[in-house]
Write a protein of this length. Structure first.
Length: 85
């Protein structure tokens, strides 16, 4: 099992120690690119996929790098609805 497959299985368990870097790596693998919503976006970040114009908006963790559980649940819901997981 490769690293991305392990990461995919890990995120499905809604881990308490998932880093934003891991989340970004998975999203990039799925074809999404990170995009800030502008100067006033605060901690919101959009992951956009050009091929089907899909946009998923999440809150980037701060001040630390650990993604909150609610954000992981929201991401999983969005990815499952789109058939990515």
């Amino acid at each position: 099992m490769g690293q991305i497959e392990k990461l995919t299985e890990r995120i499905k368990t809604i881990p308490v120690d998932l880093t934003y870097d891991e989340l970004r790596r998975l999203m990039n693998y799925l074809g999404y690119q990170e995009s800030n919503k502008g100067k006033t976006s605060g901690s919101r970040v959009a992951f956009c996929r050009e091929k089907d114009k899909t946009v998923i908006i999440l809150h980037k963790p701060h001040p630390g790098n650990i993604v909150k559980k609610y954000a992981i649940r929201q991401l999983l819901k969005n990815l499952k609805e789109r058939g990515d997981l």
